[in-house]
Design a protein around this ligand. Structure first.
Ligand code: NAP
Length: 243
């Protein structure tokens, strides 16, 4: 059984890779650049668990690069049983100060990539007659967040795409779900100001940030047969940020 995880050199993607390896999956890592794996022992950690692991470099916002990657993963591992669309970026600013390039880039990397990967991998999974797709949305896609109109658009779109693919591919044995993390400790959120971090903390019922492993645990459930009748759902993982 093979899991392909985009943007998995670090952060939440790396935690998901480690968790799915513990669950027994061979891991197809993806990231945009080799550099991301250089000062990082994630590949060794995964291989130490006795599963196969390879890196497939691709910019997931580019359809042709996704096509080559999916073909290479299929050739190397034979099947793609789980796809986790995790790669994502932020380019935050208030809308009045956000230029068109910042908007377009976030949409391309966060949203178009999910179309690219789901379209290609659903072909493989349809022939297998099974598969689980898990998309990384965000609480920002559910509730909005000042300074993130581009990111909110991309993550809200992912929720609509998740439900649509669940409807189109349910009869082919493919489940498609999303997780919507809140504020999780990663390089992405380390970049926020102390004021932004405190504001978030004030809203969280559990009064702490989440850890990447707490996202990985829910993804593990959605990648397992324990969730075989769960599809088209969005699971919020935010310590009770909003209820
Ligand atoms: P992260 O630490 O920045 O990791 C994302 C990874 O994706 C990075 O290694 C990044 O490489 C890679 N990537 C970026 N653009 C790519 C592309 N075009 N093709 C392939 N890989 C690419 O982010 P994270 O915090 O773990 O977030 C993971 C996912 O969870 C994202 O979709 C994010 O939106 C979502 N999420 C995170 C939080 C949070 O609190 N952290 C909350 C809600 C949702 P580079 O560094 O080279 O760009």
């Amino acid at each position: 059984m093979t899991a392909l995880i985009t943007g998995s050199a670090r952060g939440i993607g790396a935690a998901i890779a480690l968790r799915l390896a513990k669950d027994g999956f061979d891991i197809a890592f993806n990231d945009i650049s080799e550099k991301m794996f250089e000062n990082n022992d994630i590949l060794d950690k995964v291989r130490a668990l006795g599963v196969q692991a390879e890196v497939f470099l691709a910019d997931v916002s580019k359809y042709d690069q996704c096509e080559n990657m999916v073909k290479a993963v299929k050739e190397r591992f034979g099947t793609i049983d789980v796809l986790v669309n995790n790669a994502g970026i932020t380019r935050d600013n208030l809308m009045a100060k956000m230029d068109e390039a910042m908007y377009d880039l976030v949409i391309a990397v966060n949203q178009k990539s999910v179309f690219n990967m789901m379209k290609l991998v659903c072909g493989v999974m349809s022939r297998q007659k099974h598969g689980h797709i898990i998309n990384l949305a965000s609480v920002t896609g559910l509730y909005g967040n000042a300074g993130q109109v581009n990111y909110a658009a991309s993550k809200a779109a992912i929720i609509g795409m998740t439900k649509t693919v669940a409807k189109e591919y349910g009869k082919r044995g493919i489940t498609c779900n999303a997780v919507a993390p809140g504020f999780i400790h990663t390089p992405m959120t380390d970049a926020l100001t102390d004021e932004q971090k405190q504001k978030m903390l004030d809203l969280i019922a559990m009064k702490r940030y989440g850890e990447p492993e707490e996202i990985a645990g829910v993804v593990s459930f959605l990648a397992s047969e324990d969730s075989s009748y769960v599809t088209g759902q969005v699971i919020e993982i935010s310590g009770g940020l909003a209820m």
